[in-house]
Design a protein around this ligand. Structure first.
Ligand SMILES: *Cc1c(COP(=O)(O)O)cnc(C)c1O
Length: 345
């Protein structure tokens, strides 16, 4: 069954960390500019890849565009499976730090690896020592997320490099889906030093291209080589490629959106302070708010108002917490007004 989502024209979707403003108008103009041959011929990813390499500040060959970052995350797991397994014949393991992006488990179990979950420290402190203990000669894959989804927390600097150095037989993916909002990235010399380390990026969130499905793996060309072999030749379609080029060219739209998100996060923090709610300052385009026993009722009340936020009860350390996407300020204000009414009811 397909993943069912309500119409964004009638429902304010603040549960998937989408860009609530929509993409840049120049993206729509670029898509409208496609002609019949663009549609009838196999797409050429060269121009969009070059634009992405420039955007990330890397040399040619260091970026591989994927059908959303999700497909990039999946192909790294597929590639890890092709490597020799543990010497003792046991099942390889893949390590994630909880509360982790839910799709990691899908890709890990999809290749038959055993998932090892490292629980968060108190108040979502990064569990560095527990992570260290979880890394063993059986480990073939590690997903790290900076900033983390759903907590918005940073991971300590140097973590991904340390893990990559310790596990030469594993692939280490630093998922930077929210890097535009955090202003941080590992893209740089670390990827040259560690040939088992990859950065994952997406154009779904800050650039508002979630419907296009385009993401990127960034790594040394030698690191990317086995992933390129495992992917279909035309993984990203012609419309998405054209959209990406246009989106990357409109930095003013990006800057405007980042400012909206910053103002929205501040509005959520202020709301929580006024009401004595626990929250976690976020480096992403979302805020995790602790509503405890009121979480489910509040979520239902908001849904009745046509606003969706994300309940996180099922994730480690998140019982009673909701994740609210912080897009443009008008949307955040509407959500907070409704949440205020729900909590007062
Ligand atoms: C949204 C998200 C992605 C997926 O991005 P797509 O490019 O839309 O597939 C990957 N990782 C994290 C942590 C995310 O939140």
């Amino acid at each position: 069954m397909p993943f069912l989502l309500p119409d964004p024209r009638t429902t304010l979707r603040l549960h998937l960390n989408e860009n609530t403003a929509g993409c840049s108008p120049s993206v729509l103009a670029a898509i409208r500019g496609l002609d019949a041959l663009d549609v009838s011929t196999y797409p050429n990813a060269a121009a969009a890849t070059t634009a992405a390499e420039k955007y990330f500040g890397v040399d040619p060959g260091w970026v591989h565009l994927t059908d959303g970052l999700d497909d990039g995350l999946r192909v790294v797991a597929e590639t890890a499976r092709l490597r020799p397994g543990p010497a003792d014949g046991s099942t390889p393991t893949a390590v994630v730090v909880d509360p982790a992006f839910e799709m990691y488990e899908v890709y890990i179990t999809g290749v038959g690896f055993q998932i090892v979950r490292v629980p968060p420290g108190p108040d979502f402190a990064f569990p560095a020592a527990a992570l260290e203990r979880a890394l063993t000669p059986r480990t073939r894959l590690v997903y790290l997320t900076d900033p983390n989804n759903p907590t918005g927390q940073a991971i300590p600097e140097g973590t991904a490099e340390r893990v990559a150095a310790k596990l030469p037989d594993a692939f280490v993916v630093k998922d930077e889906a929210y890097a535009e909002f955090s202003g941080r990235s590992l893209i740089g010399p670390a990827l040259d030093r560690h040939r088992n380390l990859l950065v994952g990026r997406t154009f779904s969130k800050a650039f508002g291209l979630a419907g296009m499905r385009v993401g990127a793996l960034v790594a040394h060309p030698d690191t990317l080589e086995p992933m390129r072999r495992a992917l279909p030749p035309f993984a990203v379609n012609a419309v998405a490629l054209r959209a990406l080029e246009a989106a990357l060219a409109d930095r003013a739209h990006l800057a405007w959106y980042l400012a909206q998100v910053a103002a929205s996060k501040q509005a959520v923090y202020d709301f929580c302070e006024q009401r004595g709610l626990r929250y976690w300052k976020s480096d992403g385009n979302f805020v995790l708010v602790q509503l405890d026993h009121r979480a489910d009722d509040a979520r239902r009340a908001l849904a009745a108002d046509g606003i969706l936020i994300s309940g996180r009860n099922h994730q480690a350390g998140c019982t009673g917490a909701v994740r609210i996407t912080t897009g443009i300020l008008a949307h955040t204000t509407r959500c907070l007004d409704a949440l205020g009414r729900a909590l007062d009811a």
